[in-house]
Design a protein around this ligand. Structure first.
Ligand code: NAP
Ligand code: ZN
Ligand code: ZN
Length: 347
């Protein structure tokens, strides 16, 4: 079994540190990649610190993976050695349930296998993510990546990109719609770029006054400082659609009040603890509160192709592997503009 260097958390309170793990030898349908860059998602931090109470240690986070194909199994047709490729949050699913058949593998009724902290379908062991030098993945879950975009800035598309693109598409965001993107972090900044490119009027809803100029630079038409009562009042009953990307506890009722009649708020951010939603927040003006999990494989490829066609990538700060613990602390303070990406050459 090929051994690969990695960074792992050994417990909820220990910092990430060097570790080694074994990747399987490529099976007939497997693609082996050298990982060149891996994005740092807030979910990685939630998992490393067991904030959702479901982590199995040691955990190797990382699900925004891009690199070059180094080997392929005998039956692989989609990829050749030397090509660029990407792996996101999903690495396997049953392929047979209604959701899988529809290309919604993230909602596989047998349980999708995630790129880390998941049991392989054959029970052979746990999955380990992209904070490592290589990964072996079934070709059905490997994505084509454009040679024309800066590769490090493509990595975050594999999670932050698809997680924001998918709900914007599902709820048909486009011209004539007033859209609020709540939280300007890794997901939020991609949400702004996509919603603007789809033709919507986009307002950044942020609790950080220092991010106003960046929000406008990213394409947002308006900026609302959510902690400013007057500014928040001005957008009461205003939005057709709000995408909530906030990772920390916050009051959904407050933001539901910003929706117009029939407005929809979609949660993608996952605060560690539940929040109470008052029925009145939904009943008045027939509001909908919904959720959305990443996106399926066909839609992830569609999103990557859309980004190549529209020259959309993530705004990143490249870090070395050993800076990961410091990066987590900065992410908690909202001090990331707007996605950390690890240069795997540093591992
Ligand atoms: P991030 O880069 O840390 O961004 C989160 C943003 O939330 C911050 O930049 C900040 O924006 C806002 N925020 C943070 N603390 C806040 C507070 N106390 N009050 C109000 N706003 C606050 O995180 P991310 O990587 O974008 O991930 C965001 C969330 O989405 C995480 O919970 C992550 O686990 C989840 N996620 C879900 C999916 C899915 O499939 N549904 C996929 C990926 C990630 P402002 O400074 O602008 O307020
Ligand atoms: Zn993620
Ligand atoms: Zn399935």
């Amino acid at each position: 079994m090929p051994v690969t260097k990695a960074y792992a958390a050994q417990s909820a309170t220990s910092p990430l540190a060097p570790w080694t793990l074994e990747r399987r030898k490529p099976k007939p349908h497997d693609v082996e990649m050298e990982i060149l860059y891996c994005g740092v998602c807030h979910s990685d931090l939630h998992f490393a610190r067991n904030e959702w109470g479901m982590t199995i240690f040691p955990v190797v986070p990382g699900h925004e993976i891009v690199g070059r194909v180094t080997a392929v199994g005998d039956h692989v047709k989609k990829f050749k050695v030397g090509e660029l490729a990407g792996v996101g949050c999903l690495v396997d699913s049953c392929r047979e349930c209604d959701n899988c058949k529809e290309g919604l593998e993230q909602y596989c009724t047998q349980g999708a296998v995630m790129s880390y902290n998941s049991m392989e379908r054959d029970g052979s062991g746990l999955t380990y993510g992209g904070y490592s030098k290589s990964i072996v993945t079934h070709e059905d879950f490997v994505l084509h990546v454009s040679e024309k975009l800066p590769l490090a800035a493509v990595a975050p598309l594999l999670c932050a990109g698809i997680t924001t693109y998918s709900p914007l598409r599902h709820w048909k965001v486009g011209k004539g719609m007033k859209v609020g993107i709540l939280g300007l972090g890794g997901l939020g900044h991609m949400g702004v770029k996509f919603a603007v490119s789809m033709g919507a009027e986009v307002t950044m809803l942020s609790h950080s006054p220092s991010k106003e100029a960046d929000a406008k630079r990213l394409g947002a038409h308006k900026f609302v400082l959510t902690s400013d009562e007057m500014q928040a009042k001005n957008v009461a009953g205003y939005f057709d659609f709000i995408l909530d990307t906030v990772s920390a506890p916050h009051d959904y009722n407050f933001y539901l009040g910003m929706l117009r009649t029939n407005g929809v708020m979609v949660c993608v951010g996952v605060p560690p603890a539940p929040t109470a939603v008052h029925a009145m927040s939904l009943i008045f003006y027939r509001h909908t509160l919904a959720g959305s999990l990443i996106g399926g494989i066909p839609e992830t490829q569609e999103m990557l192709d859309y980004c190549a066609a529209h020259q959309i990538t993530s705004d990143i700060e490249l870090i070395r592997m050993e800076q990961i613990n410091e990066a987590y602390e900065r992410m908690l303070k909202g001090d990331v503009r707007y996605r950390f990406v690890i240069d795997m050459a540093s591992l």
